[in-house]
Every structure is written in structure tokens, then in C-alpha cells.
Design a protein around this ligand. Structure first.
Ligand code: VG1
Ligand code: CO
Length: 543
């Protein structure tokens, strides 16, 4: 066996963000850049020799090249067997499913999620641990620490593997198993949801469209919706994964999923529309001329979980990220189940799911999931909605509006200021932090501030502490404004402003959220001096 040890120098910028290491493709193409990070992952792990690793990505540019490199490094580092998705493809939730199913010691998922791809786009590497979930902070810290002191990496001299043909090959002493990327995941979905009920719905005149945005879910969605659930061919649009996602942002929101939004708000719209992101873990749910806010989606899934066979016995609790609206909390209270508020990023849900404290989790950023895997899961959320619709016989809009009548409506919006100057964004956050002491008790447009702090979280299972997770300004009536800087961008800084207000009065639940939240939007501008510091009048993306 020809294992080569290659001398290298550390890079100082390999600190994983909210979800793995994300950089522009040319950065990953810098000699040794990818290799250093992958070696740092192996160096941070104990006792993985001879064990299984899951490997795949969202199919973006550089996916195949990176997979060949990682396979040879895995072989040189003593991994026993690598399960790699056919064509190098695995959605993030499917990778999580495989790690759990085959008791792998972890998985390497190649994706920059919703960031654009292509030679000038972004690439990313995520490491997931044994439970199938994103590596927790102590692991990403250990990887980062190794990346700062690395001096060599190991790689096998070998020919590239054929990734397109299923089956086993030897790479040195390691076995590479090219597996069907879709089957195990589709089987898992069939074990959770009432496929008969959904099949009846889809053959009974109900019209749906699933937009995979030329990203990873295309093959999964075709297998599940068109083959197993017998929806008409063509139900899945933009279903061929492309290396540059057709030039778009593979981000399922009202701005970037434009084609779908035009269909759902056009003449004679379908009953149901959905989209997912680059790596398949996000979802957007639309009814005919109707948008479901992700925070509401989590609340509605929780309130209707008993309609889904996989959750018919009841759910133990829900968890949401801090900036996600408090709509799910109201459902949890009514059901008498656990409710947790965690920092942004799916890694914070892992311990709660592993300990059985919660069954459902979600984030405002179009992420919803459950204990079936340890990642958020786009197609799972779509199936959950279809299962509810099939059982309730109501439209998306009717289900949401009835939910508001029962629990009250939480008006919610997120305003993103993308690619602003990093220093200005940091100044804005620092100014807010130094204003905390003076804010409580102050009145703005009739809203009185009750609390201002920087969110910190103590994990109830392992006691680990995550600090500085977003600035919260909470008003006496429960309304909130949250400020955070993104941890997934690759250009400048992105300021996220999250706004929410509760409206229990059903006669006032049909406003445009931007109107209903207008006062809070103005207060956010005033308190944070957004225009003065970023030079922006308006957010670049509103969701
Ligand atoms: C964003 C979202 C966060 C999500 C993360 C990863 O992070 O806000 O809720 O968990 O992306 O999603 P940030 O730090 O940019 O706000 V994904 O679909 O990239 O794996
Ligand atoms: Co994603």
C-alpha cells in the first residue's frame, strides 16, 4: 500500500461556523486546504480505526473532486469502510439517516447548503458525529485546534474510484461501498408517514409542486412523490441536481424560490407548493397564494403530530432556536410537553433528541425536523404537511388560520442585511451590548422594554455553555427583536434582525406581517442605528 505523508502548513481560518466550514470554492482549491481540514477531523477523533464513515455531498461544483481526495485520506488514516452516496450525492438528512442506520463513527457532508455554487460559488465541509448530528462545539473546537497545528497529512496513492456504480471496491485496506443515496431515506419516510393517505390525496385531484431548485433533493423527491406516492410525473420541478444549481441560490424562501412563488401566487395555483435547499435540510411550505412562516410550521406540526403514524403515540417536547418565534411554545404549553429554547444551529438539538426530551425541533430559517434523524429535514417536513392535509381534509390556509384562532397568531419576520461591512456590523452589535443596562424600562412607540441581553445557553444534558448567541430585546407584551450576525456567510457580514409580536385577537390576524410589525421594525432601526452603521435603508432579504 502506498501511503504518502505530505508536509503542510496550517491555515488560520478553518474555524467551523454555524454549520461546518464554508468558503469560496477557490479557497478550497488552494493546495492542501481541503486536505488540512480533513486530516484535522481525523486527528480530532479517537478510536475510529476500522470503523465506518458516511460520505456524500449536495452535488455542487468540487463535490466529486473532494470526495476522491477524502476517500484516499480515509484509507490512509485507517478507516474501515466508507459508505458513499452514488454519484457522490447524499442530502444532509439522508447522510444522517445512514450514519445512524449503519452505526458509523461519523459522516462528512460536502455542502455550503443554501449558498450559491459553481467555480466562483461556495463549498463546505460538515462533520457529523455518531448520533448522526452536526458535531457539537467541543468537537468543532478540537478540529479547529488541530487545524492550527497541523504539519502533515496522510493520503493513499491510488486511482480514483468509480462513484457512479453501486457496489464495493477496495482502496488500500479500506472498503468503499457506493450505496443507493435515496433508498434508505425513502424507506425511513415510508415508516413514519401515512403513505396510503397521501397517495389517496395526490390521486384525488389535489395538486402539488415540489421545487428542488436544481439541488440535492431532486432524486429523493422523484422517488418519494412521483414513484412511491404516485404524484404525476413533473410534480418535482428543477429536479436534476446541477453543479451550480442553475445559477441560483438554492435557498427555499420567497425571494430565491421565485419560479415556485410565481406558480403558487399566479392564476389557478396548485393546492400545495414546497421547496428545499442545496443540501435538502430546509423546507418552504406554500398553499394557494399562501405562505407558511417556518416558526408557525413547527407549531402546527407539533399541534397535529398525532395525525402522523410515526408520532401517534405523542411527542415528548419541542425545541426551537432562540430567534424562532414563540408560536411553538404555546402549543407545548397546551399539550403539557417540554419546550426548549436553544442557540441557532441544529447541533444544539442533538443532546435533547438523544435524551428523549424532545421529539420535534425547528428554526425560523426554514428548518424543521424530529428524532428520526439528527438533522433538519426538508422532505420530511413536506411529507408531514401532506400527511396533515390528507387527514384533515383542509387547505394549507385553513389549517394555519384555524391554528391562529386556537393559539393566537405570532406575527414574525426576519430582515437580513447581507454583505455589509464586517467592522460596522461588529460595531453595531457592540453598541447594542453596551446599551443593555439602560434599555429596560425604556418606552418606544408604546412598547416598554422588559429585558435586553446576549443570549446564553446551558445545555441541560451535558452542562456545556454557549455564550453570545444573539442579542434579545424583549418587550413587556412578549414582543421581541433579536439581532445576530450570520455564521454561514462567506462575504463580509450578514446582520439578521428577527421581529415578532403576538396577536391573540382573531379579528386582527390577517395583516401583512410587515405592516403588523412596522413599529417594531422602526424600533429596531432606532435602537441599533442600522442605517447609520450599515449604510442600508432596507434589508436585502425579507422572510
Ligand atoms: C443559518 C440559519 C440557521 C441554520 C444555519 C444552517 O445560520 O440562520 O438557523 O441552522 O444557517 O442551515 P446563520 O448563522 O447564517 O444565521 V443550513 O441549511 O446552512 O445547513
Ligand atoms: Co441546508
Amino acid at each position: 500500500m502506498d501511503i504518502r505523508t505530505v508536509k503542510t502548513q496550517p491555515f488560520d481560518d478553518q474555524k467551523p461556523g454555524t454549520s461546518g466550514l464554508r468558503k469560496a470554492v477557490p479557497t478550497f482549491q488552494t493546495p492542501n486546504y481541503l486536505e488540512n481540514f480533513i486530516q484535522s477531523i481525523f486527528d480530532s477523533q479517537d478510536n475510529y480505526q476500522g470503523q465506518r464513515l458516511v460520505l456524500g455531498g449536495d452535488g455542487r461544483y468540487y463535490n466529486r473532486t473532494a470526495i476522491q481526495t477524502i476517500l484516499k485520506m480515509a484509507a490512509a488514516n485507517g478507516v474501515g469502510r466508507v459508505l458513499v452516496g452514488q454519484g457522490g450525492i447524499l442530502s444532509t438528512p439522508a447522510a444522517s439517516c445512514l450514519i445512524r442506520k449503519y452505526q458509523a463513527f461519523g459522516g462528512i457532508i460536502l455542502s455550503a447548503s443554501h449558498n450559491p455554487g459553481g467555480p466562483e460559488g461556495d463549498f463546505g465541509v460538515k462533520f457529523n458525529t455518531r448520533n448522526g448530528g452536526p458535531a457539537p462545539a467541543d468537537v468543532t473546537e478540537a478540529i479547529f485546534a488541530k487545524s492550527k497545528e497541523i504539519s502533515e497529512y496522510k493520503i493513499l496513492e491510488a486511482e480514483d474510484i468509480n462513484l457512479d456504480q453501486q457496489g464495493e471496491t477496495k482502496l488500500g485496506e479500506m472498503t468503499v461501498e457506493v450505496v443507493d443515496a435515496v433508498e434508505a431515506y425513502a424507506d425511513l419516510m415510508a415508516s413514519i408517514f401515512d403513505f396510503d393517505a397521501i397517495r389517496n390525496l395526490l390521486s384525488g385531484g389535489f395538486r402539488m409542486v415540489m421545487d428542488s431548485l436544481h439541488a440535492v433533493t431532486g432524486p429523493y423527491a422523484k422517488e418519494i412523490f412521483e414513484r412511491r406516492l404516485k404524484a404525476p410525473t413533473g410534480t418535482v420541478q428543477n429536479g436534476e441536481p446541477l453543479e451550480d444549481f442553475g445559477g441560483g441560490h438554492p435557498d427555499p424562501n420567497l425571494v430565491y424560490a421565485r419560479e415556485l412563488v410565481e406558480t403558487m401566487y399566479g392564476d389557478n395555483p396548485p393546492d400545495f407548493g414546497a421547496a428545499s435547499d442545496g443540501d435538502g435540510d430546509r423546507n418552504m411550505i406554500l398553499g394557494s397564494k399562501f405562505f407558511v412562516t417556518p416558526s408557525d410550521s413547527l407549531a402546527i406540526l407539533a399541534a397535529n403530530a398525532q395525525l402522523v403514524p410515526g408520532y401517534a403515540k405523542g411527542i415528548t417536547g419541542v425545541a426551537r432556536s432562540m430567534p424562532t418565534s414563540q408560536a411553538p411554545d404555546r402549543v407545548a404549553k397546551q399539550l403539557g410537553i417540554n419546550c426548549y429554547e436553544t442557540p441557532t444551529g441544529w447541533k444544539f438539538f442533538g443532546n435533547l433528541l438523544d435524551a428523549g426530551k424532545v421529539t420535534l425541533c425547528g428554526e425560523e430559517s426554514f428548518g424543521t425536523g424530529s428524532n428520526h434523524v439528527r438533522e433538519k429535514d426538508g422532505l420530511w417536513a413536506v411529507l408531514f404537511w401532506l400527511n396533515i392535509i390528507a387527514k384533515r381534509g383542509q387547505s394549507v390556509e385553513e389549517i394555519v388560520k384555524e391554528h391562529w384562532q386556537t393559539y393566537g397568531r405570532t406575527y414574525y419576520s426576519r430582515h437580513d442585511y447581507e454583505e455589509v461591512d464586517k467592522d460596522s456590523a461588529n460595531t453595531l452589535m457592540d453598541n447594542l451590548r453596551s446599551a443593555f443596562g439602560n434599555l429596560p424600562g425604556k418606552q418606544f412607540k408604546g412598547y416598554e422594554i422588559a429585558l435586553a441581553d446576549d443570549f446564553s445557553y446551558t445545555d441541560p444534558i451535558d452542562g456545556s455553555i454557549a455564550e453570545k448567541q444573539g442579542i434579545r430585546i424583549v418587550f413587556k407584551d412578549g414582543s421581541r427583536i433579536v439581532f445576530r450576525l450570520s455564521g454561514t456567510g462567506t462575504h463580509g457580514a450578514t446582520l439578521r434582525v428577527y421581529l415578532e409580536r403576538y396577536e391573540p385577537d382573531s379579528s386582527k390576524q390577517n395583516q401583512d406581517p410587515q405592516v403588523a410589525l412596522a413599529d417594531l421594525i422602526n424600533i429596531a432601526h432606532e435602537i441599533a442605528q442600522i442605517k447609520q452603521l450599515t449604510g442600508r435603508d432596507e434589508p436585502s432579504v425579507i422572510t
